[in-house]
Write a protein that binds this ligand. Structure first.
Ligand code: HEM
Length: 493
């Protein structure tokens, strides 16, 4: 036998020895999951699973539509298993199973591996960290989000920024055109979050900002990478055109936030804490330099709320009876005064508006799905769940379970009247997730939405020539409509 054959045989033998264990594990996993859970038949190709219909040269619209189609193929199953090559995704969409991940004390708090694609950007942020690092950071930040005087201070910022935004909305009303309001809303929420979280005005509503453009573009690149498994390995991504653009944008974003943090630290002692304390200040006060990062609060707190407000305006424009009811509630709170700024006291009286916001977040949750990784193997309901498996909690579908929400596609804010809410299963409605890894900014977001929506509804009547069917769900981490949703503003004055 020539030496070359000997080398080839040695390589084959060592590969078999090296790969034997992982391959055996994959086969075991495939056998167990195929017997425990239904695999959607549509687009399924042996070995490759659903890979080609969820990744590659498909649009983000097709990606989400395929995902929905698979889930609805077995609409009575509490869990289905989607295969990305040999990588299983267990998609949970029935409430009784959610306790495993969402209940206090759950062991499975670590996010799924796809969140690591956000690592370079969000670094030590709350959203992606786990274990002790996450616990410490969460303990430090949480009190700020429950601090009533800090939240009341935020209302001042919402109003100031709205005074700028209202000029743009008034221009649109004068032009009497039906428009996609999202860019204006998103600029407002970005101005708000930068000022409240970082104490920095970025003037997104009035000026073109390199930082703002970088944040928007990097989100697009990351979602594109999520749909392109060949770009997951960091070294390959770095060499690609998208990877190089991603790194260039990261430099812009981190330079900006680093500068904000440095300025804030330098001026920390002179900041009038009672008046203008930002969430960043709680981190500066309690953490060491390299642990301070605010990018995740900024990112989580900007697009999610803009999307929720945009969807709410569309639903209000579609449902004129609901809009009239809302307008009456708001008029009675503000005593027909369309000009005065909104206060914390006003917000606390906006009960019907709260129902409208909640119902919008039910039908159109800004975060349509979240992911976790199973931390240790366990049995539940006669089924085996293996350590390391990726779990998808499909909020969009959970909110459409007819058992908890009869006629699920109907927009009905009365579902959130207190007497009906009390009877509902605690995990039937989870737009902010639930349990110890729930959204830290949910009170802030509701406050922000109420101030914005009540101010707009006081000044403008909303209409649209579109229908609910014009909403075509797609996902870019955040839920989007593939068709722009357009609303016309008509001045009430
Ligand atoms: C309507 C608006 C919002 C919605 C629907 C929303 C929804 C969510 C959801 C579903 C999660 C869980 C994510 C996961 O498990 O992967 C989350 C986490 C988070 N949210 Fe929000 N969010 C909103 C607004 C905000 C705001 C305004 C802030 C900050 C000011 C914020 C900060 C965060 C942070 C830091 C986390 C990570 C928490 C952790 O893992 O401990 N969110 N949000």
């Amino acid at each position: 036998m020539t030496p070359i054959y000997l080398i080839i045989i040695l390589i084959i033998i060592s590969s078999i020895v090296y790969l034997y264990k992982p391959i055996r594990k994959l086969i075991q996993q495939k056998t167990i999951y195929s017997s425990c859970f239904k695999t959607p038949k549509s687009d399924y190709i042996p070995i490759f699973g659903h890979l080609f219909s969820l990744a590659g040269q498909i649009s983000k619209r097709e990606h989400y539509q395929h995902f929905l189609k698979y889930c609805r193929e077995y609409s009575n199953e509490p869990i289905i298993c989607i295969w990305f090559f040999l990588w299983p995704f267990l998609v949970f969409r029935r409430v009784d199973y959610l306790e495993i991940f969402l209940a206090a004390g759950s062991k499975h708090l670590t996010k799924s591996p796809d969140y690591t694609l956000l690592d370079d950007w969000l670094k030590t942020g709350l959203l992606i960290t786990s274990g002790k690092k996450w616990k410490t950071r969460r303990r430090i930040i949480t009190p700020s989000f429950h601090n009533s005087s800090l939240l009341a201070n935020c209302i001042g910022i919402f109003n100031e920024q709205l005074n700028i935004g209202l000029k743009h909305f008034q221009t649109l009303a004068n032009q009497q055109v039906e428009t996609d309001l999202y860019p204006l809303i998103s600029a407002w929420t970005l101005d708000v979050i930068c000022e409240t979280a970082m104490g920095k005005t970025v003037r997104a509503q009035t000026e073109e900002s390199e930082y703002v453009k970088a944040v928007v573009r990097i989100t697009e690149l990351i979602t594109l990478r999520m749909r392109s498994p060949w770009l997951w390995p960091r070294t390959i991504f770095k060499l690609s055109a998208q990877g190089r653009e991603h790194d260039r944008l990261l430099k812009i974003i981190h330079k900006f936030t680093r500068q904000v943090i440095e300025d804030r630290i330098a001026n920390f002692s002179s900041i009038d804490v009672r008046h203008r304390m930002a969430f960043l200040d709680t981190l500066i006060a309690k953490m060491n330099d390299e642990q301070i990062s605010i990018d995740d609060v900024q990112e989580e707190g900007h697009d999610t709320t803009a999307t929720a407000i945009n969807f709410a305006l569309f639903m209000i424009a579609l449902h004129q009876d609901i809009q009239q009811h809302l307008f009456e509630e708001i008029q009675s709170i503000f005593q027909n005064d369309n000009e005065r700024a909104c206060t914390l006291d006003d917000v606390q009286q906006m009960n019907y508006l709260e129902c409208v916001i909640k119902e919008t977040l039910r039908l159109l949750p800004s975060v349509p799905m979240i992911g976790r990784e199973i931390q240790e193997t366990f049995q539940y309901d006669g089924k085996t769940f293996l350590k390391g498996t990726t779990v998808v909690i499909f909020i969009y579908e959970i909110h459409r379970d007819p058992q908890h929400f009869p006629e699920p596609e109907k927009f009905d804010p009365d579902r959130f009247l207190p007497e009906l809410t009390q009877q509902r299963h605690p995990y039937a409605y989870i737009p902010f997730s639930a349990g110890s890894r729930n959204c830290i900014g949910q009170r802030f977001a509701l406050l922000e939405e109420k101030v914005f929506l009540s101010t707009i509804i006081r000044r403008f009547h909303l209409t649209t020539s579109q229908t609910y069917n014009d909403f075509v769900p797609t996902e870019q981490i955040i839920l989007r409509s593939d068709n722009a949703l357009k609303v016309k503003l008509i001045s009430r004055a």
